[in-house]
Write a protein that binds this ligand. Structure first.
Ligand code: BDR
Ligand code: CA
Length: 312
């Protein structure tokens, strides 16, 4: 883990994730960046079961030599949806492209993910912690329900999920929202801290290719291991492998990477063709219509790639 002479000025972050290949890259960026102090990693069910996502979080942190960062498990299953284990086969059966990592000796934190959010927010001054959710919003919605008064202490909530255009699970829905649209709806209807939605509109553009992976492999042992995971990632388009979660967390390091516009987001939860769609209304500004969410619509790929080059 990189250390900064002035750790007090670093941005404090909690990452809620379902590791996951692009989640692993997001973890690496947060651990490596001198601008970030990663306070805790919390896990949820998503790409694979919570047992696997938690194991992967521990093992990836160990790979990054960052075993001191606590890892706490969250909600095992969404309350109103049936998320089948290994639904998202695109990350492989173990969630990290069938790469076998040495088992970390770090133990799982005994607290529930929701308690970790609450305790850290209670301990730290208001507006000093940001939370990035790069899996389904199940844990975060449960935190909002359990501790509504702590939500506005969050500096910024980043959500990787949703789309204003094409989906990746159905023609209109994105995986993280589709996995638990009820929690996503609760969050986007009620959240009281500044919130960004970083969806497929921008994340599918943030690809890495073989050239990039070869560079990671030359740079470090851990870079080489994460590159092997990416090669096992079945989410691939004509430009390469999209780093959805890594792009989402990158704005905590450099806010100018994404161009955003405010919208009211309505998540469709009826069981029809629009299930889990994120309708973004960019016109309605009245507060009474619900929270305004900053929706990422443009990406500075040069800046994102420069960040990957610096940190990976
Ligand atoms: C999202 O779904 C997961 O498979 C990825 O890790 C990312 O969080 C992209 O739709
Ligand atoms: Ca993810």
């Amino acid at each position: 883990m990189s250390s900064s002479p002035n750790s007090f000025s670093r941005r404090k972050v909690i990452l809620d994730c379902d590791v996951g290949i692009d989640d692993a890259v997001a973890l690496a960026l947060l651990v490596q960046s001198e601008k970030i102090q990663l306070l805790a990693v919390t896990t949820n069910t998503g790409n694979v079961s919570i047992e696997k996502t938690t194991r992967n979080a521990l093992d990836v942190l160990s790979l990054l030599n960052a075993q001191s960062i606590p890892v706490a498990k969250g909600v095992a299953r969404p309350a109103f949806t049936i998320l089948l284990e290994n639904y998202s086969k695109i990350h492989g059966l173990n969630g990290i492209g069938e790469v076998e990592l040495p088992a970390s000796e770090q133990l799982v934190d005994q607290r529930h993910a929701v308690e970790v959010f609450a305790e850290l927010l209670e301990e730290e001054p208001a507006k000093s912690i940001s939370i990035a959710v790069v899996g389904p919003l199940t844990n975060f919605a449960m935190f909002m329900k359990s501790y509504p008064d702590l939500v506005n202490k969050i500096d910024r909530l980043i959500v990787m999920g949703g789309t204003t255009s094409n989906g990746n699970i159905t023609p209109v829905s994105e995986f993280n929202i589709w996995a638990d649209p009820f929690s996503a709806k609760y969050v986007f209807d009620n959240v009281s801290c500044p919130t960004s939605m970083v969806g497929l509109d921008v994340t599918r553009l943030a690809t890495v290719n073989e050239e990039e992976l070869a560079r990671w492999s030359r740079n470090s042992e851990w870079g080489s291991t994460i590159a092997r995971m990416v090669r096992g990632y079945l989410d691939i388009n004509s430009n390469g492998w999209p780093m959805h979660d890594a792009l989402a967390v990158s704005i905590l390091i450099d806010g100018s990477i994404l161009a955003c516009e405010n919208a009211r987001i309505r998540v469709h939860t009826d069981g029809d063709d629009n299930y889990a769609r994120t309708y973004c209304d960019f016109e309605t500004e009245a507060e009474s219509s619900g929270p305004q969410i900053s929706v990422a619509l443009g990406v500075d790929l040069q800046k994102f790639n420069a960040l990957l080059t610096e940190l990976m």
